[in-house]
Design a protein around this ligand. Structure first.
Ligand SMILES: *[C@@H]1O[C@H](CO)[C@@H](O)[C@H](O)[C@H]1NC(C)=O
Ligand SMILES: *[C@@H]1O[C@H](CO)[C@@H](O)[C@H](O)[C@H]1NC(C)=O
Ligand SMILES: *[C@@H]1O[C@H](CO)[C@@H](O)[C@H](O)[C@H]1NC(C)=O
Ligand SMILES: *[C@@H]1O[C@H](CO)[C@@H](O)[C@H](O)[C@H]1NC(C)=O
Ligand SMILES: *[C@@H]1O[C@H](CO)[C@@H](O)[C@H](O)[C@H]1NC(C)=O
Length: 770
């Protein structure tokens, strides 16, 4: 996903619309109109009729076919109003209408593009209960808002599943390549939404595109299989990552909401997908897409997911792939669970052997190289210099490579923003015989394995620099490439991926984001048959499984684990489920060192990993939870946005019960001190609910801080009943001036449980650069 792109879209949107309407190109655009549902006059039988009349009332005279032509969606569950095509004049008139609460311009989101169950401890013999072995009690439905599904994949077999849960009210929408028989006890629902996409881009060409829930892109299939795929033995990508592929919750059901077409997801379609999913009865929503949130009240995704949360739906979202830049998060609303990405203990090693004999390890999924010819030394070339790492030919962009120079050689290319496999295609087309794809500073040491179309190896920033130096300084540089398949048990792991978007949460420093990290690097899951594993049209390979990286892959891990927790604890709120995940997360790797950050190699911070790495088995039994209900989140908004804007979040009333934003009962403690003057003391209040043994005692353990003193009162909690709530306060007072943020934790501890919340002491936010 390209977060930065969406950044300047909002402020300049109206200006662009003005220019376009004066030159009479598109006279109308899509807007999402929020309407006061309760204001419907009795003369209208239905809301749909009334919404049509509201839109009609602002139309230009002589325009008779408004309602049917212009209204694309009627939103009725988590959001009230319509999506409609409107001119700027009409928008201005609509904003004056007494029943209209807000008019949000359409925006376009991009997708945030198996070893993980084992790595997460879901496959050990003593945990059969949470595994596929016991499929009863799994009445949980996960709504996947994405690119659709490839229903023939074995991952979506419904063998052994009981009938569709009674609470399910969804439907199986048909279209080209998708009929009723493609839904089963696993895929319990499938719908598609394209009016927003078609309004912006033009009619979908039905001969080329499956205008149905069938997935032509692969992303949605991969995500759905990661959430709830049935176990499939002998899964692999062209022999790589061999093993049993399974989702996090193999007993859960999948409901498909296809809202993304050709990589674009329009907000009007996404909102309709969420609206219908909640009405259909999903328990969990999985959203591997997004854009930065500038303000809760202008972000229709925040507003719609607030409605989903109000109806008890757990919402899991990807954090974005714009790391390691600070302030790069998407989806930061506190009622969402914001998921960053980390590695698993599996790599696809390959090696570059330089002419000097030096051997450098990288990663590759390249297969299909049969004669082994690159085992010998071949000429090596880098068309760049120290000062031009982003020149087109240093990035091997289309048309930048001279065949006379690269033909018959192994070419070094810097990893930029273009599709990594496409870079290999450029090298291949120019006559190159192999490629070394070198990370630059911003990608750090993330090793993303790709299924390249020529022998190609990805190397980290440090090793990449060494290879480039060799190629630039030696008169006849050479290299050999070798591929070593799949290795597991790699240490250290997990490591936070460099691409995973980073905090701080620019919208509210008081709420730590991301919430958690989960596997998102080189993840194997089911794939579409309509596109090769590299997603390039030139790639004619057909595979059942593919390996992808991104927070798009980590989000569905959390969605699936939420489904597991929900099936074990059906009455837990979305906040309770999130708390269980966060307070049991770990912050150490398999070498017992602090979780590292791939962009620096040093220990990662909560701005990268949130509460830490998800630990599903512990999350099923967290001991204590930090609960929150819809009114709590509403009060959090009341404390910072105007009463007019509050109307967008439903018809609740502000009671102003939240003394400060930091008192939101979040499972993380985040405070910011003023930039100037002495650090004063800040006190945060929290309430924990006992979900462990009725009689249980906990004592507080706080890590040490350099610049502040942290005091917890009371320092012990004595529970005598199940579901009992006890409150405590944490006072953080300045000891000396900070030079930067400081991180630590508070743990409520007894012999059975360690309920950990991160503590972040930060300065005020750095203003957002535009
Ligand atoms: C919505 O309409 C109802 C009925 O007209 C009115 O009482 C209420 O104040 C309106 N709410 C808002 C937020 O305008
Ligand atoms: C499966 O789970 C259900 C509900 O949690 C439980 O009642 C049943 O005993 C379990 N069956 C097995 C074989 O573990
Ligand atoms: C490029 O950088 C390397 C390593 O820092 C240095 O040894 C070399 O002299 C530099 N080359 C040029 C042309 O600046
Ligand atoms: C408040 O909103 C809910 C959900 O939209 C609705 O069911 C309820 O009737 C509304 N209450 C009032 C007083 O408008
Ligand atoms: C900061 O604290 C010091 C020592 O407690 C005190 O002397 C000084 O006046 C304080 N400054 C401000 C601006 O409050």
């Amino acid at each position: 996903m390209v977060v930065r792109w969406a950044f300047f879209l909002l402020p300049t949107y109206l200006a662009i619309t003005n220019v376009l309407s004066s030159t009479k190109i598109p006279t109308s655009k899509t807007y999402i109109v929020q309407i006061n549902r309760s204001a419907k006059p009795e003369t209208f039988g239905t809301h749909v009729e009334w919404y049509a009349s509201v839109i009609q009332s602002v139309a230009l005279e002589g325009d008779d076919n408004i309602d049917t032509e212009r209204i694309m969606y009627n939103y009725e569950t988590v959001f009230h109003g319509v999506a409609a095509r409107l001119s700027l004049d009409e928008v201005q008139r609509l904003q004056q209408h007494p029943a209209v609460k807000a008019v949000h311009p359409e925006s376009v989101y991009e997708l945030h593009t198996t070893r993980s169950p084992f790595f997460l401890g879901l496959e050990s013999a003593d945990n059969t209960d949470v595994l596929s072995g016991n499929l009863t009690g799994h009445d949980v439905v996960v709504g996947v808002i994405d690119t659709g599904i490839w229903p023939e994949s074995k991952s979506f077999s419904d063998r052994g599943l009981p009938p569709v849960p009674g609470h399910w009210k969804g439907t199986c929408q048909t279209g080209r390549g998708f009929d009723k028989a493609h839904c089963n006890r696993k895929i319990v629902g499938a719908r598609m939404f394209y009016y927003g996409y078609e309004a912006d881009v033009g009619k979908i060409n039905e001969r080329k595109v499956y205008k149905s829930p069938r997935d032509q892109d692969g992303h949605g299939t991969h995500v759905a299989a990661t959430v709830a795929g049935a176990p499939v033995r002998g899964a692999s990508l062209l022999g790589q990552a061999q093993g049993t592929a399974r989702g996090m919750a193999p007993g859960a059901r999948i409901a498909v909401y296809k809202v993304c077409w050709a990589g674009k997801c329009s907000t009007s379609d996404i909102i309709e997908g969420i609206d219908k999913a909640v009405k259909d009865g999903v328990d969990v929503l999985s959203l591997s897409l997004g854009a930065p949130t500038f303000a809760y009240q202008t972000d229709s995704l925040s507003i719609a997911t607030f409605g989903a949360m109000e109806r008890g739906v757990f919402v899991s979202c990807s954090a974005g792939n714009s790391g390691p830049n600070a302030d790069s998060l998407a989806n930061v609303s506190p009622w969402m669970t914001t998921v960053g990405a980390s590695t698993v203990d599996r790599v696809f090693p390959s090696a570059v052997t330089l002419g000097t004999g030096r051997k450098i390890t990288g990663a590759s999924l390249y297969k299909g190289w049969k004669d082994g010819s690159l085992r010998k030394q071949y000429p090596l070339v880098y068309i760049g210099s120290n000062s031009s790492i982003s020149d087109p030919s240093a990035l091997c962009l289309q048309g930048s490579l001279n065949p006379k120079i690269v033909s018959g050689k192994i070419v070094i290319c810097n990893r930029g923003l273009t599709n990594r496999v496409e870079i290999g295609q450029v090298v291949k087309d120019a006559g190159g015989i192999g490629m070394i794809l070198a990370n630059t500073y911003e990608h750090g040491e993330d090793l993303i394995a790709d299924s390249h179309l020529l022998p190609a190896i990805a190397v980290g920033n440090k090793e990449g620099a060494a290879i480039k130096k060799y190629a630039m300084t030696n008169s006849h540089p050479t290299a050999a490439l070798s591929f070593q398949g799949t290795r597991v048990g790699i240490r250290p792991s997990p490591v936070v991926a460099a691409f995973s978007s980073r905090g701080p949460n620019y919208l509210n420093l008081e709420v730590l984001k991301p919430d958690i990290v989960a596997p998102g690097v080189n993840i194997l899951a089911a794939w579409t048959h309509s596109l090769g594993p590299s997603s390039l049209v030139t790639d004619k390979r057909i595979v059942d499984f593919n390996i992808l990286s991104g927070t798009s892959m980590s989000c569905p891990h959390v969605s699936g684990i939420a489904a597991l927790i929900k099936s074990r604890h059906p009455n837990w709120s979305p906040a309770a489920i999130k708390s269980a995940m966060m307070t049991t997360a770990y912050i150490h790797d398999n070498k017992y060192n602090p979780l590292a950050d791939a962009s620096t190699g040093a220990a990662s911070t909560p701005y990268a990993h949130g509460a830490g790495h998800i630990n599903p088995l512990k999350a099923l039994n967290p001991g204590l939870i930090y609960d929150l209900g819809p009114q709590d989140y509403f009060e959090f908004l009341c404390a910072q946005i105007s009463s007019t804007d509050m109307e967008l979040f439903g018809n609740r009333t502000c009671h102003h019960t939240l003394a400060s934003l930091g008192d939101l009962n979040y499972p993380a403690l985040s405070v910011s001190f003023p930039e100037k003057g002495n650090n004063s003391a800040v006190t945060l209040h929290r309430t924990v609910t006992n979900v462990g043994k009725a009689v249980s005692n906990y004592h507080a353990v706080v890590s040490s801080f350099k610049s502040v003193v942290v005091e917890v009162e009371p320092a012990t909690l004595h529970f005598t009943k199940k579901h009992q709530k006890l409150s405590y306060k944490v006072t953080i007072s300045g000891k000396k001036r900070q030079t930067g943020p400081e991180f630590g934790h508070l743990i409520w501890k007894n012999k059975v449980h360690k309920v950990r919340t991160p503590i972040v002491v930060s300065r005020p936010p750095v203003p957002i650069q535009t």
